[in-house]
Design a protein around this ligand. Sequence first.
Ligand code: NAP
Length: 298
Amino acid sequence: MERVGFVGLGIMGTPMARNALKAGFAVTVTNRTIDRAKPLADAGATAVRTPREVAERSDIVVTMVTNTPDVEAVMFGADGIASGAHEGLLAIDMSTISPAATRDLAKRAAANRPPFRTLDAPVSGGEVGAIEARLAIMVGGDEADVKRAMPLFQALGKTIIHIGDHGAGQACKLANQIAVAINNLGVSEALVFAKAQGIDLERTRQVIAGGAGSSWAMQNYAPKMLAGDFRPGFMVDLQQKDLRLVLDNAFVDHVSLPGTALVHALYNALQHDGGGREGNHALLKVIERLSGVEARQR
Ligand code: NAP
């Protein structure tokens, strides 16, 4: 079995590394805030200080950090993956970042001395999908590298699709984020409307979740919304990072995305009110405020 490394042990990276361990891979991990590596070290992973050391000890390295500059830093910064690269190393970025920057990173990796291989393989399914190894994984890069990574992907997810060349996985992930954000808005509006109608919110949620109005957001976010539990799975600040990437690309391509632009503006209001580190589903609060209606199950 290939030796696997993880760089970035946040909400997603930690359970993903844990699932790789459970599947029997030898796992080496690191995190900028090194204390966060302790639970994985206790579970049998080797914790090291730098991405360079992770690369030296691994055949495949997964990066799961926040944004484009963060992936660039852990790959090509001081003590980055590139400085520990060896022949045959495969670096898989599973964060959500810019498709164009991803293509660039692939070129830089190919020009590195020694060169190394890359894939982009962003994921969808949230923290719960990461914990339960049920992620959807959208992959960009060369077929042979995708085949090689498949046993690892199968330890982390259930729906694994090779979308196309380098950057195609990230482009697909941005399309996914459009659907996530707009579904989230639909759920928020449905619950506020139901509350204003004076009908039971939990029964409403249950029946909608069994019909054509269902969505991942209705099944996973609505129960948290009704309970008033706005802790993150997926932070609003990260959702905004993704929608910004969508809108930047739409601007370049002259693609009109009115729903995405609207929901991005609504999330801005949430960030303005200090909700950036809350869960994505805190969007409900913005819709509640617009109508003076609180849609919570009491
Ligand atoms: P998170 O909990 O905030 O974790 C981010 C991780 O990145 C932390 O380990 C952080 O280290 C590390 N990091 C950030 N900047 C860094 C830098 N410059 N150098 C080194 N390490 C750095 O975020 P997350 O929810 O796991 O998300 C990670 C990625 O997955 C993001 O791209 C996100 O959009 C994507 N994603 C998230 C979800 C979700 O539901 N949460 C779902 C799909 C995709 P520290 O611990 O030191 O801060």
